[in-house]
Each structure stands twice: as structure tokens, then as C-alpha cells.
Design a binder for this molecule. Structure first.
Ligand code: NAP
Length: 535
């Protein structure tokens, strides 16, 4: 059976749902497809204990959705996984989007047909084929799990879970649990399971600076403050590199006295948004090594206040600068102070292999009942590579043979009328505002193409495609920004050197959400320069 639509959205997480909403506003026939049996994307798949946002609740939602704040109040400063899911469902219901969503429908293939200027899209689970003018891949930049290559892991007798593929409750009570990885997922998970398990061993390739976020209840007055200062709050977000509700005055760290630095950092440690350490009162933590070292010295002092065992302290104290994606989780060091919680730091005792009973390091055998991989994702491009759409000159993977590329993080040359929600070279920041900026831009481009079609009067599909030169210019800009940042020196999914064998020239836009947004506005105001519209 063949079905014809104006637009197909793949994925029903925050990105897919918002793109669906925007395209419906244009009056197009649109359908969104979701692989999982429920909406939510990351918030569906990440049901590991303690999964929480680390962006404050008032801005982890759609900006043009102010009325929903009043009808759907939130109760904690940071939202738990289930709250995010409920918010998304409430949004879907309020805008009557459910009837355009098909669940349990996994994309099998997508290919562009030049003769008809349409995309042919097929789905595995339903066997259905669709023809569509526009194809939006909102498949999540943090969706395809990164499975580490651990020798002998298949011999392990117990279950091996990945935090990113955790769609149901798993019983860890009284078990000996090994957790590999200590990014946001690992840190949240470990703090939340420690009191349930009999023994917790954290296997760390590199230890992380983990700062508190001090989650807690939100009062009606605080919510009222947000409602009445909504526009001001978003102005702050728009000026923040990570799209956070944190003032960012750009003061150099070393321009103030040592006492002032100490006082400021103590305030953040005891305050409510740990992200302010990296992008907050001081503006040069990721560009000045001296500033970064000063902050690391502060962290070292703080960690030592929680950890009295010198061996644990040595293993938990990072040797790298503070440049990875910030991890905020209250209770992290308190958890490691507990007697039944151990750390293996590969720097001192590398992992040798997995075996039937657990994990063997150069120091000893760790017997385990469960191994949990909190090893992150093939970020930015992993899901897109698996879909591997076929464009006008071959597959996406062929185009990306030397690394994944894009124009503005949302389109690729040779793939007309196809767009990404958070593709490679998108900013790394608070996710919903990036989704909105990109979806608004895509909807604007599509509106332009639809207007042109009407103007032409021949009802022929208008193709929107990024120009090679524009893409090269964008990649050059991304590289220039990366060159000026210390972030390129650490192993991280942000830079792409995280995935072994990656040859990505530059993985994300490191200039921040604030500059990305201005760039997108400039392109929009310049009549979508860099895109050609043809038919
Ligand atoms: P992540 O930040 O990429 O961290 C992965 C962890 O696994 C790191 O500790 C990494 O070590 C380790 N690792 C990777 N490969 C390994 C290997 N072969 N052997 C040993 N260790 C290995 O992944 P994540 O924690 O899932 O978080 C991903 C992103 O999702 C976050 O940064 C964030 O954007 C998002 N997230 C957000 C929240 C939230 O909002 N609170 C919660 C969860 C996730 P190295 O440091 O040495 O690379």
C-alpha cells in the first residue's frame, strides 16, 4: 500500500513532536512515526533509576507554550523522567497531535526519487510505504547507544544493561553491580541505586568533576515568578552558551580576587545550577587554561571534603581540565564515601577483560551480578547513519565517509527536502530551545517552498537543498570556533573523538546556543541564504 503525505517526521521525542506541531501549523498533511511503543524518545528509553534533566524545569519545555505553564505546573526544580514524559504527553493532547502519531513504527529505509521529487519511506514493523515531499529526521542525537568493545563481555553470566536502552524497571536490589562510565547517566544512576545494591563498583576510564544541582521542591510563588517573568527568563537563556537560565556576564576568572572567586564558586556549589561553574559568573573557563586550572583546584578541595579515604580520593580526582559536558548530580561524592561503593580508575588499574563472574582489572577480579554500561551514545550522527537515507548522489554514509557534515546542523547537500533535528554541528546545549530554533527555521523554509509552488502555479514540488559552498563555510566556522576552545583537548562525544575510529572533522557547534541562534536568525533574515529552491 502506498500513502502520500506532505511531510513525515521520524521520531516522537521532544524534537519529533515539536516538528510535527510546526508542520501542522502550516496546514500540511503530516504524520510522525515512532519506533517505541510510546512517545518520549530519550525520556522513554532512559528509565534507569534517577533519570532527570539537569536543566531547570521552567526552560526544559517549549518556549511558545506559555499557557501550558499555568495548566501544567511542575513540582521540582529539575524534572524527573516521568515528569518530562507527562509534559510531552500533555503538549500532544493540548494540541490534538495524537491522531497524527503512529507508534511502534520503525523506519526501514528512506530514498529520494528524482523523477517525482519525493521521498519514499518504508517502515519495518508495519511494512507500509509512504511517499512524502518533506522528510524530518528527529531521531535523537543521544539515542544510538555506544557499546564499548570489552573483551569477553559475552561470557558474563549475568545481565548487561545499557542506560540508554532501559525501557522498564530492572531489579537491582541486593545485587553486586558494576557500572562502566561516569557521565550524566552513570552519575545519576549510581547515586540512585547505591542504597539498594549490596556492592557498587564504578569503572571509570576517566574520573569526572561532578557538581551538585541541589534539586528540590518548587513553591507556587516560584512558579508564579516564572510565569510573570517568562520573557525575561528566555532573554537570559538566549544569551547563555548552553541555553540555560543563568546570567552570563563574561567576566574573566582571574580579573577578580582569589576571595571573590572562592565565594562565587562556593555559592554555585551550594546553589541550584551547577552548570554555572562552566558558563556562569566567569566567561573564560573553556578558553583560558589558567582559569580552568584555578577552578579544578577548587573542585579538588571540595572533593576532599567528602572523601577521607586517600585511595578513593586519588581515584576520584580528575586529572583532566574541566571541559567535558558538565555533569551535575547532588550526592555523587557522598555516595563514593560509602563503604560498599568502590572505584576502579583505569588510569591506575586498567580493565583487562570481562569473564563469566564479572570484570578483571590489572589489580583484581571484581565479581558482579549485573554489569551496567553507562557509556553514552554515538552522539549527533549515530541514528542518522543507521537510517542511511539515499539522496540524489548516493547514501548519507557515503557522503559522510570522511566524517558527518551538515549546513547549520540541520541539512545536508544531496538530500533535498530532508532535514535533521539536531544533526551534526548543532550546538550542545539545553535541548528543547535548540529543537525549537531548528524546527522554526525548517518550517520557515518549507513555508517558503510551499509559497513558491503556489506562485509557480504548476503544482510541481519545490526542492529545498543546502548549497555546497554554504556548507563548507559553516564547517569552516565550526572548526575555527573549536580551534579557539580548550574543549577540543578532551575526549568527549561533544568533539567526536569519543567514538573510536571517528574521523569527524568537527562534531558540534562549540560557539554556544546564543551564537548559533543569532546565526540562524541572520540566515533567515537573509532570505535563507545558503539554500537553493528549485523545481
Ligand atoms: P557520556 O556523557 O558520553 O559519558 C559516557 C561515559 O562512559 C564516560 O564516563 C566515558 O568515559 C565512559 N566510556 C565510554 N566508552 C568507554 C569505554 N570503552 N570504556 C570505559 N568507559 C567508557 O554519556 P551519558 O552519561 O549517557 O550522557 C550522554 C549525554 O546525555 C550527556 O552528556 C547529556 O547531554 C545527556 N544526558 C543528560 C542527562 C541530564 O539531563 N541530566 C542525563 C543523562 C544523559 P570518558 O570520560 O573517559 O570518555
Amino acid at each position: 500500500m502506498s500513502n502520500v503525505l506532505d511531510a513525515i517526521v521520524v521520531g516522537c521525542g521532544f524534537g519529533g513532536v515539536y516538528n510535527l506541531y510546526k508542520l501542522k501549523q502550516l496546514g500540511l498533511s503530516v504524520k510522525a512515526f515512532e519506533k517505541a511503543p510510546d512517545v518520549g524518545g530519550t525520556w522513554y528509553w532512559n528509565q534507569y533509576p534517577g533519570a532527570t534533566t539537569d536543566t531547570t524545569a521552567e526552560i526544559y519545555r517549549y518556549r511558545d507554550d506559555k499557557e501550558l505553564l499555568n495548566t501544567y505546573p511542575w513540582s521540582t526544580r529539575y524534572l524527573y523522567r516521568k515528569d518530562n514524559l507527562e509534559y510531552l504527553k500533555h503538549f500532544i493532547e493540548s494540541h490534538n497531535l495524537g491522531r497524527h502519531i503512529q507508534l511502534s513504527a520503525e523506519l526501514k529505509s528512506a530514498s529520494f526519487d528524482a523523477a517525482t521529487s519525493t521521498w519514499t519511506v518504508t517502515f519495518n514493523s508495519t511494512g507500509e510505504t509512504y511517499k512524502t515531499t518533506y522528510l524530518i529526521l528527529a531521531t535523537g542525537h543521544l539515542h544510538t547507544p555506544n557499546y564499548p568493545d570489552i573483551k569477553g563481555l559475552e561470557k558474563f553470566a549475568g545481565p548487561v544493561y545499557h542506560t540508554g536502552v532501559w525501557p522498564e524497571h530492572r531489579d537491582l536490589k541486593g545485587k553486586k553491580v558494576g557500572v562502566i562510565g561516569t557521565g550524566s547517566s552513570g552519575a545519576q544512576l549510581m547515586v540512585n541505586i547505591a542504597d539498594d545494591v549490596s556492592h557498587l563498583v564504578s569503572f571509570q576510564r576517566s574520573s569526572q568533576h561532578v557538581v551538585p544541582h541541589n534539586n528540590g521542591p518548587i513553591s507556587a510563588e516560584e512558579r508564579e515568578f516564572v510565569n510573570s517573568n517568562w520573557d525575561e527568563i528566555w532573554k537570559t537563556v538566549d544569551n547563555h552558551p548552553l541555553g540555560q537560565n543563568i546570567p552570563f556576564p563574561n567576566t574573566p576568572t582571574m580579573s577578580v580576587s582569589a576571595e571573590e572567586r572562592e565565594r562565587t564558586w562556593e555559592e554555585i556549589w551550594n546553589g541550584t545550577n551547577g552548570v554555572a561553574f562552566m558558563y556562569g559568573p566567569f566567561g573564560d573557563i573553556v578558553t583560558s587554561e589558567e582559569a580552568n586550572r584555578e577552578l579544578c583546584a577548587f573542585f579538588e578541595k571540595k572533593i576532599a571534603q567528602y572523601i577521607s579515604d586517600p585511595d578513593k580520593l586519588k581515584k576520584l580526582t580528575p586529572t583532566e581540565l574541566y571541559l567535558k559536558r558538565p555533569v551535575t548530580m547532588t550526592g555523587y561524592y557522598e555516595t563514593f564515601a560509602k563503604k560498599h561503593v568502590d572505584i576502579v580508575n583505569y588510569q591506575f588499574t586498567p580493565l583487562v577483560e570481562a569473564n563469566e563472574k564479572g570484570l578483571l582489572t590489572t589489580e583484581k577480579q571484581w565479581d558482579l551480578d549485573v554489569i551496567i554500561l553507562a557509556t553514552g551514545y554515538e552522539a549527533m550522527d549515530g541514528s542518522l547513519k543507521r537510517i542511511n537515507p539515499i539522496g540524489t548522489h548516493g547514501t548519507l554514509n557515503e557522503t559522510w565517509a570522511k566524517g558527518s557534515t551538515s549546513y547549520l546542523g540541520l541539512s545536508e547537500v544531496g538530500f533535498p527536502n530532508m532535514f535533521f533535528s539536531i544533526g551534526p554541528q548543532s550546538p550542545i546545549a539545553n535541548i528543547p530551545p535548540i529543537i525549537e530554533v531548528q524546527a522554526n527555521f525548517i518550517a520557515g523554509l518549507i513555508a517558503k517552498a510551499e509559497a513558491k509552488k503556489k506562485e509557480n502555479g504548476d503544482n510541481k514540488i519545490v526542492l529545498v537543498e543546502a548549497e555546497e559552498q554554504a556548507k563548507d563555510g559553516w564547517l569552516k566556522k565550526c572548526l575555527e570556533v573549536e580551534e579557539g576552545s580548550l574543549i577540543k583537548t578532551v575526549k568527549s562525544f561533544i568533539t567526536g573523538n569519543f567514538v573510536e575510529g571517528s574521523n569527524v572533522p568537527v562534531h558540534s557547534w562549540l560557539g554556544g546556543f546564543h551564537t548559533y541562534q543569532r546565526f540562524i536568525k541572520d540566515v533567515t533574515d537573509n532570505d535563507y541564504v545558503g539554500f537553493k529552491l528549485t523545481n
